[in-house]
Write a protein that binds this ligand. Structure first.
Ligand code: IPD
Ligand code: CA
Ligand code: CA
Length: 264
């Protein structure tokens, strides 16, 4: 991608994200329309839909040859990774958005022919922008995030949802229990994008979960890549960008240590 195009995308993505965040903050003054999708815990609000439409309108106008993959389905039918694709989660952490008005984020990963170009995760409540550009590093607002050092499980704080600690159909929960027991502590924030941004910025040492969609992790992977974080499936295989994936994201060293427990 040419430098000029990249700068134009960065400026637009940052400006639209700031505008969208303001719309989300303002929406707390109004009554939200809440419905659910596949089941009662799978919530969606009028704001999830409005924000996705807002980005699509802007992108179509300024970058008509770019494609959009959005959680709420207003974007394009994406069959393969060719071209420039904006992978958008208008609100990651909708349950938090509704119940807590905090710990939710706008997540945007921009890919060209399957390669991560730019990632933005905006933690709206804390007004923190996690931003990364391929080869240029990752930032928390104006602060350049350092490369992640190695760590061990006994010194690590791990992001994991309680779902995976009890019997479930996706992973041997006894292995997850062992990781929880051997770690320094666990946390669960209810927004995959924020949890991935926390690993990239060292607030968490690892994050593991069993089923995320492209819009949940697209931006986070780009951030992690810029700081030397490692992200794979929980069986150690590469993440497939356009599919649902289990995810293990961690500092170097720790990723291997956790994987050794999960795959045995
Ligand atoms: C959800 C959040 C949550 C994760 C779920 C996601 P949504 O996204 O990221 O932390 O555990 O798997 O679906 O529905 O709030 O955009
Ligand atoms: Ca999400
Ligand atoms: Ca969402």
């Amino acid at each position: 991608m040419e430098k000029e195009t990249c700068i134009k995308i960065e400026e637009a993505a940052k400006a639209w994200t700031a505008e969208a965040a303001e719309m989300l903050q303002k929406s707390f003054e109004d009554t939200l329309t809440i419905t659910y999708k596949s089941h009662i815990a799978d919530l969606v609000t009028n704001m999830d839909k409005n924000i996705e439409k807002f980005f699509i309108e802007k992108i179509q106008k300024v970058f008509p040859d770019h494609k959009v993959l959005g959680e709420e389905g207003y974007g394009d039918e994406i069959q393969d990774t060719s071209g420039i694709i904006w992978i958008i989660d208008p609100i990651d952490g909708t349950t938090n958005f509704i119940h807590q008005q905090s710990n939710f984020a706008i997540s945007i990963g921009i890919y060209e022919d399957g390669k991560g170009i730019m990632g933005l995760i905006y933690d709206v409540g804390n007004q923190n922008l996690y931003f990364a550009k391929d080869g240029k590093g990752a930032f928390l607002n104006d602060y350049k995030l350092p490369k992640l050092d190695k760590t061990t499980l006994s010194e690590a704080v791990i992001g994991v949802n309680a779902t995976w600690v009890g019997p479930n159909k996706r992973i041997n929960h006894e292995n997850v229990q062992e990781i929880v027991r051997k770690s320094r502590g666990t946390r669960s924030y209810g927004s995959a994008a924020i949890e991935l941004a926390y690993v990239a910025s060292g607030k968490l040492d690892a994050y593991m979960t069993m089923r995320l969609s492209p819009w949940d992790f697209a931006a986070g992977l780009i951030l992690l890549n810029e700081v030397g974080g490692i992200a794979t499936n929980t069986d150690g295989k590469p993440i497939q960008l356009l599919k649902q994936n289990s995810i293990l994201a961690a500092r170097p060293g720790l990723h291997e240590e956790i994987l050794n427990v999960l795959v045995r």
